[in-house]
Design a protein around this ligand. Structure first.
Ligand code: HEM
Length: 74
C-alpha cells in the first residue's frame, strides 16, 4: 500500500463540522497542527470520544495511526 499522506488520506476524513467544533484547540485542516497534536487526536479517536457525535470505525482510526507511524507524510 502507498504511504499514507495527510493531504490525500487524512485531511478528507475531517468534516467541516469537525474543523469548526475543534478550531479552539486544533486546526484539523492544518498539517502542522494535526502533526503537533497527533498523539492527543489519536487517543481521542481510539477511545471513541471524538468526534463528539460518533466514533470513527476502527479501520479509519488505524489509518490515522499508520500515518503517524510512517512519519507524518504531508
Ligand atoms: C475527527 C474529529 C475530531 C477530533 C480529531 C477531535 C479531537 C479532539 C481533541 C484532541 C480534543 C482535546 C483538545 C485539548 O484539550 O487540547 C478535543 C476536545 C473536544 N472536542 Fe473534539 N474532535 C473532533 C470532533 C469534534 C466534534 C464534532 C465536536 C462537537 C460537535 C467536538 C467537541 C469537543 C469538545 C466539546 C472538546 C472539549 C471537551 C473534551 O475534552 O472532551 N469535537 N477534541
Amino acid at each position: 500500500m502507498d504511504a499514507v499522506s495527510f493531504a490525500q488520506d487524512i485531511r478528507p476524513l475531517f468534516r467541516d463540522k469537525d474543523l469548526n467544533s475543534m478550531s479552539w484547540a486544533v486546526d484539523l485542516a492544518s498539517y502542522d497542527d494535526v502533526k503537533t497534536h497527533a498523539e492527543g487526536i489519536y487517543n481521542r479517536l481510539s477511545r471513541g470520544n471524538m468526534p463528539c457525535d460518533g466514533a470513527w470505525p476502527d479501520d479509519r482510526t488505524a489509518l490515522f495511526r499508520r500515518w503517524m507511524d510512517q512519519g507524518y507524510a504531508p
